[in-house]
Design a protein around this ligand. Sequence first.
Ligand SMILES: [Zn+2]
Length: 482
Amino acid sequence: MKRSEKLAFLGGFHAFPGGQRDAGDAEVRVENCEDNEKATMIACAARELFEELGVLVARGSETLTKGQRASLLDDLESGRMSFAEMLTHYGLHLDARDFTFAGRWVTPPFSPRRFDTWFFLVQCPQKQEPHITEDGELATGEWTRAVEAYARWERSPILAVPPTLHALKTLSSGLTDDLIERFLSVPQSHREPVRRIEFRPGFICFPVRTPTKPPATHTNAYIIYGSRALVVFDPGSPYEEEQQALAACVDDLRNEGRLVREIILTHLHPDHVGGVNALLEHLGADVKVAAHHLTAEALEGKVRVDRFIEDGDLIELDNDPPIHLRAIHAPGHARGHLCFHEDFRGILITGDNIVGLGSVLIDPPEGNMRDYLDTLERLRSLPNLLVLFGGHGPAIGSPYAKLDEYIKHRLEREGNIMKAVREGAETTREIVERVYTDVSPKAHAMAERAVLAHLEKLEEDNLVSQTSDGRYTANDINPSAS
Ligand SMILES: [Zn+2]
């Protein structure tokens, strides 16, 4: 199924049916299951499968007609009955033997909020046809063979998370008894969280822990590889074990015969460059560091930059078809900020201009609101974007909706700040108190920096003036029609 692009978490991604456990799942009776946690997860899987696809995997449901199943679904969706009550009421029950455990996946540490996902194989009961229910969470869905789905991911613009891809690849050889045996032998313990996330072939996202701005706890490094070479973006972690994990991932690709061409920096912030020197030391002196010249200037004495990248420059990696990363000078969050656009694949590496988690700070003088809005508009005008790879948080599968949301949010803030100044707020603090009512007081110091960025833009636009003692006033506007 394709998840709706409107969903905040993995919107636009392809996935199997499923969803979050709810409190009632523990109350569902599951026969032939000793383990309470597993029983709850089976109940969750069965309920989600029914809610999302109308498929009811319950003993006793063979005798239900299509109409009866629809009315059960209505009972559930309308809240008239919980899943447990519904099963009991209609004399149905779940049986653990219908749910073959097929692995467990803990999401990477993008954020403090993690998901621990269990996978099950089930037979679609006879005479039941899956169809997407219209609750807005799912965009499309279809039956497809695993081998076909995997091949499609490889050759066309589809986004999926690693366990989905892993399951498809495993199932590609067919659903044999041997395979089910192997699934059954998977220990149900927590496994190491997956570190390397390949949302699209050749584009690895590798979150590393950094001292970054909450709610983010990690910065995404990206490793982009072709058949013979690779580049690493933003190795940001100052912590040794994180640096080693990233280096090990790079080494896996080197061991397959690839050269490390360059380390590339999107911008100067410490949570994006904190691991550059360690990675250089690991890889050897012949690896170059590339960045915008403004980034290089700012990092002088801390990080060596060997090559400057300017707007329009192209980084090319052999592949089929070749990977073309076009640099876009995208100031706003930082003066020398670069984004990278892979036109053919619809991929945009956004750095901190757009992030999958938290908000983007525009902090003058490094940050500039006019530049930032221009950057957002420019990125918005790129054709055929499929996915945004941001500096923090998961990939964004609905690029245009996200860019629109960012632009709208900034313009709304600007409007509210202008209004506050007109109504007599004279300092950044007074403005924050009036405008940032949705933000915790703890974040007000940071909000003042953003207000300052907006005020600088409004001054340039001639809508606001600053008095000699640093207070802001609204300029008289000609009351002509606008
Ligand atoms: Zn940054």
